[in-house]
Design a protein. Structure first.
Length: 126
């Protein structure tokens, strides 16, 4: 089923804090020491205990611990309140326990499908 009005309720769902430990796989890695960034390109896979996604490009700001990904699309999966949520978007940002998705975002949980140009999800700090 397709629910646009369900968006507010869906965003109220919080998930557990994403793990600081993660694994990134890609075809190409560039290290920018001047800007303290690591840039992954190609078939990028981001794997953590709570959030997984695949993209074409991922920029990791090591100083700020900020992740910015681009893809056509980015495939996302994460756990919120024990439920697996999957979806797609064109851009993803993960910073200070906030997951921001933009560009033709679609998320699916159970029988519910949410579509929007952008969705912001505050991850729980517990």
């Amino acid at each position: 089923m397709f629910y646009r009005t369900f968006l507010v309720l869906f965003l109220a769902i919080s998930c557990q804090s994403w793990s600081q430990e993660y694994e990134i796989k890609s075809e190409y890695v560039e290290i920018n020491t001047r800007d303290n960034q690591v840039i992954y390109k190609g078939d990028v896979q981001f794997l953590s205990e709570q959030i997984n996604f695949s993209s074409n490009k991922l920029v990791v700001d090591q100083k700020q611990e900020q992740f910015s990904a681009e893809g056509n699309p980015i495939n996302i999966s994460y756990i919120a309140d024990g439920q697996k949520i999957t979806g797609t978007s064109m851009k993803l940002e993960l910073f200070q326990n906030v997951l921001s998705l933009s560009g033709n975002v679609q998320l699916i949980t159970g029988n519910n499908k949410i579509a929007s140009d952008s969705i912001v999800i505050k991850l729980n700090n517990d």
